[in-house]
Structures are given as structure tokens and as C-alpha cells.
Design a protein around this ligand. Structure first.
Ligand SMILES: [Zn+2]
Length: 382
């Protein structure tokens, strides 16, 4: 009898070894002001289940036939809302990962395809409750500042990409998301030093926001201008120079622009969008109807910015270009996408990393913005 039990035990053990086919190979945490994103590096086709449990608040992830091939204890959980983390192997090779939370959270999960930096991933978004999220949104980046005078023009600065989405990666490994944030921070400071203008950052750290969320943040602060900052790549390593883009529903004008539109719009797929955002297609159609009036203003602002950039750096195209960029789809806020340079060009990559050069770009954009608002009066009610 005992021998039989041992035999069954050994057989189970062998089965366990044979059938644990999937692996969790790594984990990252990306805290943002309203939520925390957990990302697991996984094998393609992994079967999983995510659910919450209460008292204490927990998020439980069960992964079928999965082995843990990573040291999760090294992941820092400070400021993520996660109190404790534990893992265990359950019968039939089910890997269970439990996060003990400080507060109740809402979970949303989906898998992501490989991008320039990572392979297949499982994403778990932990969102604090909606009311808290909205409060945090309004508090974003304004903790020490008073509400700006109503006559001040508000400029939303959107550093492209972030978190799991590195954007383009230069030959030396420079990531577009870092360059974009560095330039955006400098631009914010330069604009805030001007009289009658107030700038704020759409993203103030290393986390990803979907396009719709970026636009929502600009609208919630009644922005008068939206500037998305990027530093992209092209197949041709010699491609060089800055460009400014506005939204158009037509096909992008040049080959490089078409490439750029495709890679920017793909960001939500590689950076992390869930099924929740599928309404964007419909929203986009509705937006298009009101977009025409906004186009002229976007064009005017872009021309000023491009002109000043041309005094500081080489331009890729002498005219403002256009393309169907998702992030520029706000119907009522003049918007532009500034491509500060091709990070794929080895010389430009070095310059984009240089603080002085970043400063020069920020000054040039500020001059352009200032000229656009010259002789304009803010009439919007805040
Ligand atoms: Zn980009």
C-alpha cells in the first residue's frame, strides 16, 4: 500500500516535470499616479486567470502549467500600492502569484505581443477606484501650484511612449521614451518662465498612457495647445532632422511620414492597450467631423514651432507634415507632434542625449508657441 502511494507520488512528480511547459521569466512594475501596471515576461499561449479577494485585499494570478524562472523578490514594490507578494506552486503545476494590496483595486488584464525591447508579456493593470483616479488626475503635477490665472494659455506637453513601450531605440540603446520625457520637462520649465503661459506634463514618469487617456488629460485641464514630443526611427539610418506634424485623415505625405504614423499608432498595441479601448475607432470617426476647424489652428501653431526649430537644428522637411496620428485627434485642442530628430541616426542619437541640445530644442519650441499665442486672447472659461 505504501509502495503504491510512493509509486503514484513518483509518477505525479514525473508528470509535473514534463507538463510544466510555460515559464514566467521576469516581472516589472510601472506605477503611475492613478494605477500600477504589472508586467510578466511569459511564454506565448500561457493560460491564466486573474481575480481579486478581500480582507485583506489581494490580487491573485493563476498560471496553468507554469514554472517560475525569475527572482521576483528583487522587484521593488515601494509606491506601487502592493504591500506584499508571494508565489506558490499548486497541484497540477499551477503557479499562483498573490499580491497583497494596501487598498481595494480593480484589475484589467491582457497579453502583449513582443516589441523592440521585450518578448511576449502578460499585463495586469491595478486601478484604484474611479473617484480616486479622477482626483489624482486633477492633482497631477499641480500639487504645489495654485490654479493659473484664467487668462493664461495652457499648454499640454505629451512625452511620447513610456513604461513597457520604449518607442524607438537608437543604435547605442537610447530609448525614445526617455529622450521625449527629458525634452518635455525642459520645455515645461521654459514655457512656465514665460508670462501668460502655463505648461503641464501629460506623463511625468516612466509609465504608459493610451492615446485616449493622453487627450483626456489635456481636455481636463482645458489646454489651449497640445504638443506631443517624440524622437523616432527610420529604416534609413541616414535620415536626419526635426519635423512637425499635424493630424490629417488623409494618407501621410512622405514615405518617412507614413513609416512614422504606422509606428506611432502601433504604440498602443506594443505599449499596452486592452479591449476596453476598442471604442476609439468610433470616437475617431466622430472626432473627424469636428476636426476641420481645428486644423487651421494646429497648422498655424506648427508653422511657428517648425520655423524656430529650423534656426536651432536641421529640419527633415521644410514644411509642416501631416498624417493620421491617433494622439492628435482632440477635436477642440490645436495639436502637433514634434519629431525632435531621428534617434536611429547615430549622430542625432548622441545629440538627443545631450542636455544642452535638449535645452536648445525646448527654447526653440517655446519661441514658436509664444509667437502662436501673440495677439491672441484666452476666452475659454475654466
Ligand atoms: Zn514616437
Amino acid at each position: 500500500m505504501l509502495l503504491r502511494k510512493i509509486c503514484i507520488g513518483i509518477m505525479l512528480l514525473i508528470c509535473t516535470v514534463i507538463y510544466a511547459e510555460n515559464h514566467v521569466k521576469g516581472m516589472r512594475l510601472w506605477p503611475s499616479p492613478e494605477s500600477t501596471r504589472i508586467v510578466f515576461d511569459i511564454d506565448k499561449g500561457i493560460e491564466y486567470k486573474v481575480y481579486t479577494m478581500h480582507s485583506p485585499e489581494r490580487v491573485v494570478i493563476d498560471l496553468r502549467d507554469t514554472k517560475l524562472n525569475a527572482d521576483l523578490s528583487k522587484v521593488k514594490i515601494a509606491n506601487t500600492g502592493i504591500k506584499k507578494m508571494r508565489t506558490g506552486l499548486h497541484p497540477q503545476n499551477m503557479l499562483r502569484i498573490v499580491f497583497e494590496m494596501e487598498h481595494k483595486v480593480f484589475v484589467n488584464s491582457f497579453v502583449l505581443e513582443p516589441n523592440a525591447q521585450y518578448g511576449d508579456r502578460l499585463v495586469i493593470d491595478l486601478e484604484s477606484d474611479e473617484k480616486q483616479a479622477i482626483l489624482a488626475l486633477f492633482d497631477l503635477d499641480q500639487k504645489t501650484k495654485k490654479t493659473p490665472p484664467p487668462q493664461d494659455f495652457i499648454i499640454a506637453i505629451d512625452p511620447g511612449h513610456g513604461g513597457e513601450d520604449p518607442g524607438a531605440i537608437g543604435p547605442r540603446g537610447t530609448r525614445e521614451k526617455d529622450v521625449a520625457l527629458a525634452i518635455a520637462k525642459k520645455l515645461k520649465a521654459k514655457i512656465n518662465a514665460q508670462k501668460g503661459m502655463q505648461a503641464f506634463l501629460i506623463r511625468n514618469g516612466d509609465y504608459y498612457l493610451v492615446f485616449r487617456e493622453r487627450m483626456k488629460r489635456a481636455r481636463s485641464k482645458h489646454a489651449d495647445l497640445f504638443i506631443s514630443i517624440h524622437a523616432d526611427a527610420f529604416v534609413n539610418k541616414k535620415a536626419d532632422g526635426a519635423s512637425v506634424f499635424v493630424l490629417s485623415t488623409a494618407k501621410a505625405s512622405s514615405v518617412a511620414a507614413r513609416w512614422l504614423v504606422a509606428s506611432e499608432n502601433r504604440a498602443d498595441l506594443v505599449g499596452g492597450v486592452s479591449l476596453k479601448d476598442k471604442n476609439d475607432q468610433l470616437a475617431a470617426v466622430l472626432f473627424d467631423l469636428t476636426q476641420t476647424a481645428n486644423f487651421a489652428a494646429s497648422m498655424e501653431a506648427s508653422k511657428h514651432v517648425l520655423q524656430h526649430l529650423g534656426k536651432t537644428t536641421k529640419l527633415h522637411k521644410a514644411q509642416v507634415e501631416s498624417g493620421p496620428f491617433l494622439v492628435l485627434r482632440s477635436p477642440d485642442i490645436p495639436s502637433m507632434l514634434v519629431e525632435t530628430g531621428f534617434i536611429s541616426n547615430p549622430q542625432t542619437e548622441l545629440k538627443l542625449r545631450d542636455h544642452k541640445y535638449q535645452d536648445q530644442l525646448a527654447v526653440a519650441i517655446t519661441h514658436g508657441v509664444k509667437e502662436y499665442f501673440k495677439n491672441k486672447t484666452r476666452i475659454a472659461v475654466r
